[in-house]
Write a protein that binds this ligand. Structure first.
Ligand code: SF4
Length: 204
């Protein structure tokens, strides 16, 4: 028997995504006792998905450029977003939880839509190539290398590794915000470029 569709309001403002409909709920095939939720947003997302890549760290994102399909590894689950506005989410506990997470993602989608209106575009091939050349060592080389632990990591190398996996944000290296370390910031900017700095959580 088909389940009744459930509609939820996410935002009231004049934004791209305002509503989501839960179309189907099934037992999750990879996590016993949890559910897999299929949702439909109230807008198409063709133009938004390439910009969404910039909103998450490389270790959390898998983007299939040919199909314009984005899979995010967030909140200990996989969330796949399709250009039609379809979204699938596995390893979920309740439908309410899926809506709560969808609301946060819809916020990022609406931001990306706003950025697209300001003509922000992403050259995904160039970005992918650049990301493939960036490893923890290239980031570490630009960090202050004091192992001061202010970011919560015991070494700057551990911090560099967590940046790429999305477990830390560049902003969390406190020394980078001090004038004495301005050359380290310059080094990161020239190694990574502003888009990747943004992806890794820099807004300094
Ligand atoms: S706060 Fe910065 S300098 Fe200190 S350990 Fe972390 S990455 Fe290294």
């Amino acid at each position: 028997m088909e389940m009744e569709e459930l509609e939820f309001d996410l935002f009231e403002d004049d934004v791209l995504v305002k509503k989501v409909i839960i179309k189907n709920i099934k037992p999750c095939i990879i996590s016993e006792g949890q559910i897999s939720v299929l949702m439909q947003l109230d807008s198409e997302l063709h133009h938004v998905l390439p910009i969404m890549i910039l909103k998450f760290p490389p270790g959390k994102v898998n983007y299939i450029e040919k199909k314009n399909v984005l899979t995010l590894s967030l909140y200990d689950r996989l969330i796949t977003i399709y250009p039609s506005g379809k979204v699938s989410m596995n390893k979920t506990n309740t439908k309410e939880e899926s809506i709560e997470i969808m609301k946060q993602l819809a916020g990022s989608i609406n931001e990306a839509h706003y950025e697209s209106l300001k003509r922000k575009t992403v050259d995904y091939s160039a970005l992918k190539e650049k990301l493939s050349k960036i490893g923890p060592l290239s980031i570490y080389n630009c960090l202050p290398q004091t192992n001061c632990e202010e970011c919560g990591e015991s070494t700057c190398m551990a911090f560099a590794m967590k940046l790429l996996s999305g477990e830390s944000k560049l902003n969390e290296c406190m020394l980078l915000h001090e004038m004495g370390y301005i050359n380290n910031v310059k080094c990161l900017k020239s190694t990574l470029g502003s888009q990747i700095m943004e992806i890794l959580g820099w807004n300094g």
